[in-house]
Design a protein around this ligand. Sequence first.
Ligand SMILES: NC(=O)c1ccc[n+]([C@@H]2O[C@H](COP(=O)([O-])OP(=O)(O)OC[C@H]3O[C@@H](n4cnc5c(N)ncnc54)[C@H](O)[C@@H]3O)[C@@H](O)[C@H]2O)c1
Ligand SMILES: [Fe+2]
Length: 386
Amino acid sequence: MANRFVLNTVSYHGSGAIKEIPGEIRRRGFKKAFVCSDPDLVKFGVTAKVTDLLDEAGIPWSLYSEIKPNPTIKNVQDGVAAFKGSGADMMVAIGGGSSMDTCKAIGTVAENPEFADVRSLEGVADTKAHATFTIAVPTTAGTAAEVTINYVITDPEKVRKFVCVDVNDIPEVAVVDPDMMASMPAGLTAATGMDALTHAIEGYTTRGAWELSDMFHYKAIQLISQNLRDAYAEAKSGQPASGREGMALGQYVAGMGFSNVGLGIDHAMAHTLSAHYDTPHGVACAMLLPIAMEFNKPAVTKRLAEVAVAMGVDTTGMGEDEAADAAIAAVRQLSADVNIPKTCDGLVEGDLDRLADDALADACYPGNPREADHEAVKGLFRKIMA
Ligand SMILES: NC(=O)c1ccc[n+]([C@@H]2O[C@H](COP(=O)([O-])OP(=O)(O)OC[C@H]3O[C@@H](n4cnc5c(N)ncnc54)[C@H](O)[C@@H]3O)[C@@H](O)[C@H]2O)c1
Ligand SMILES: [Fe+2]
């Protein structure tokens, strides 16, 4: 079977990149923007950094901001109704993964109304039309939803988070401007940055990894390892440094890779934790990352040894096994340096059967390089129990 690769049509990078947005809208002849963002970003003026530019350019826009972290089916359905009533002909997603994913789902349902229930989009949906034209502007350096063919929606009734994979949902234009991420507090910088590292390492060790995806994941592991501590320190001190710029790029490069080859058991388990305990996605990914690497090590020892080198570990004189362990230790050290918690609030033994079932049913699990049975997954969850 041929390997497929899907990326944005156009992407802009670097400080000040958002200034390109009005031109992108005008050149394509669009008349009105539907802006998807979350309430906090609106309150703290992050959304306005872009909408002020639309105002200056005389481009009308309307705002939809009923988006919660770990966005729900209702957030999507209300958004579809708001979009239909807005008279807009394109979308601008401004936010973290939650705003961008909601926007992707709204745009998909708007053009494919037979999927209005949203649940039927889970997995690989047979949509016929591309989502409404979208410019995506990330405000966190983590999910890379601006360049992926995935979005993740929560079903509160069934207490599940489900992944939708669809080449029709990728935003045409991504605008990755580190200035949009400058207001991230330290904890969010750490969590979203570790989400990006998880994408890069899971993507490098996933079943479908191949040369083209390796190229992106290896570079992303380097960029994130070199920049996350600085970005975190910068968020704490308020002093500008180069960490934010490196993280903005590193998370995007990771997205270019994993979107095309998939992830693994860490993301499958992380989605389950967020659905049950509303754990922030990046925190869930980060707590599980060394545990998932240890579990996968027998299947991907050589790959993990390469991860150690990408993370800057001096592996001179080490065998493959020792170098793989050094990669796991380097991940643990990075997590500790940016204060990621080691245990998950709310996680109790009585929930483990359900959690293991849900993780094994998650769309990310089949990408894992080593098979896990129900008891093994319970054992992995137990390692982050308080
Ligand atoms: N589509 C994909 O490929 C993909 C990949 C990974 C994760 N996800 C999904 O993305 C979601 C998580 O996204 P996220 O981690 O980016 O966080 P988020 O979008 O859920 O935002 C978390 C919080 O951070 C705040 N915030 C965002 N940017 C900020 C900024 N610049 N300054 C201050 N506050 C800011 C938001 O207002 C919000 O309260 C999850 O639902 C996850 O499953 C999607
Ligand atoms: Fe993620």
